[in-house]
Design a protein around this ligand. Structure first.
Ligand code: SF4
Length: 418
């Protein structure tokens, strides 16, 4: 019994991980050439050495890894996000075979959630049928209205792809409204200098989007493009989205970054944030060759995040717990950067997204490169909550509690903050 509770790798207790998420690189090629794409146009060019299409051997390796995690780490829910490149470059029959294999092997051992992130260009009736058959939650990448989208999301002939993506979006929406699949959502990369309000209105009023997130561009403290003006314009964009969202007073309209800020603020006074209390790294990227790493948007940061030395065919979750990248992620999740000491928003902002804290010199031990924008964003949201009737003293108490909240891992995990 005691042996089962100990990892053979380092003697540390086996982490219990109720949810495990995989970014699954089912293709490592794309039909578009979006200039900001971290996967194809950053220093990281490892995709060139990986299979264009995921082989069944990698699928089988992933199944072994997940079976082991279910047995040893109590995984109850497994989310697999079909990712690329463009995942719909898979042949449909092969896509169906991969899905059938995953469902046959995992369907009765855990709650299996299948999601896909696509540019939507290739969606046709058959794809809608397939995605509906397996109940995929579809995330579609849009960069705004037609003009904004066509500036960045371009095909190999240099042409914008808004019309194709819009057609695919409407087909998915029809299927969702007919009750055949979950309602799709949109992911939009913030473009500094554009109007967040205009883009938000376009999504809601023209595309009938009900579920959306806006991603800040992937820059770090070493990015030359991350100028003060760039950061301020990104902040303006997000605040305009918030203004528009608050003015609509529509609770069914979900904007993830707003929910991620308001939900912990409005929770019970002494309620903890799960990510801090249970910071075990639970999101992994599986490359088409089976290589394992953290969320793949960390790959451009440093070689240690893209060439981890771990592979789904040879390693288990317990092995990853001792890996350099896992421990660095744990440390960054549990410990706030010293530079955020004294900031009133540190309990909810937590230094910003880890990748935006990164510098070659200090790793994640910096405040976010978007700090000034995040400071304004949190101030704005709290002011709107107070205007909406939430007592300012309650928000103060909650912010204080969150800022002082300690991770349970930090008390016993060797890599976590003291
Ligand atoms: S607003 Fe800036 S200083 Fe405050 S927690 Fe966020 S990154 Fe740190």
């Amino acid at each position: 019994m005691i042996n089962e509770m100990l990892s053979p790798a380092n003697g540390a207790p086996l982490a219990q991980v109720p949810l495990m998420v995989f970014v699954f690189k089912v293709t490592e090629r794309c039909n578009l050439v979006c200039p900001y794409c971290y996967f194809f146009f950053s220093e990281d060019q490892t995709h060139r050495d990986h299979p264009a299409i995921v082989p069944m051997g990698t699928v089988e390796g992933m199944l072994r890894f997940i079976h082991d995690a279910i047995e040893r780490h109590g995984v109850k829910t497994v989310q697999i996000c079909f990712h690329g490149g463009e995942p719909l470059l898979l042949k449909k029959a092969y896509f169906e075979r991969v899905c059938n294999t995953l469902i046959n092997e995992l369907g009765d051992r855990c709650e299996l959630r299948l999601t896909v992130q696509t540019n939507g260009v290739l969606i046709d009736r058959e794809w809608v049928e397939l995605l509906a058959k397996f109940s995929f939650s579809v995330g579609m990448s849009f960069d705004g209205d037609a003009e904004a989208h066509n500036r960045t999301r371009i095909n190999r002939k240099g042409r914008g792809t808004y019309a194709e993506s819009e057609r695919g979006w409407r087909m998915l929406l029809d299927a969702a409204h007919a009750g055949r699949m979950p309602v799709p959502g949109v992911l939009c990369v913030v473009a500094p200098g554009q109007s967040g309000r205009q883009m938000f209105r376009h999504f809601i009023d023209n595309l009938n989007v009900r579920n959306i997130d806006f991603l800040l561009p992937d820059v770090t403290h070493n990015s030359l493009s991350a100028t003060r003006k760039f950061v301020e314009q990104c902040g303006d964009y997000l605040i305009e989205v918030c203004e528009e969202w608050f003015s609509r007073a529509d609770p069914g309209l979900r904007v993830r970054f707003i929910r991620d800020i308001t939900k912990p603020l409005l929770a019970r006074l002494d309620e903890s944030i799960p990510a801090v209390l249970h910071p075990e790294v639970r999101l992994f990227t599986v490359s088409s060759n089976g290589d394992l790493g953290p969320d793949d948007s960390y790959r451009p940061l440093a070689m240690r995040f893209r060439d981890t030395g771990y592979n789904i065919a040879r390693h288990r979750y317990a092995d990853l717990q001792t890996s350099e990248f896992y421990q660095e992620m744990m440390q960054a999740t549990t410990a706030l950067p010293d530079a955020c000491d004294g900031c009133v928003w540190r309990g909810i902002c937590r230094g910003g997204e880890k990748k935006h804290r990164f510098s070659i010199r200090n790793g994640f031990e910096n405040r976010s490169v978007y700090c000034s924008a995040l400071y304004r964003l949190h101030s704005y949201i709290c002011a709107r909550l107070v205007q909406g009737g939430i007592p300012a003293e309650r928000l103060d108490q909650r912010l204080q509690y969150l800022a002082e909240m300690k991770s349970s891992a930090s008390m016993h995990h060797p890599a976590a903050a003291p």
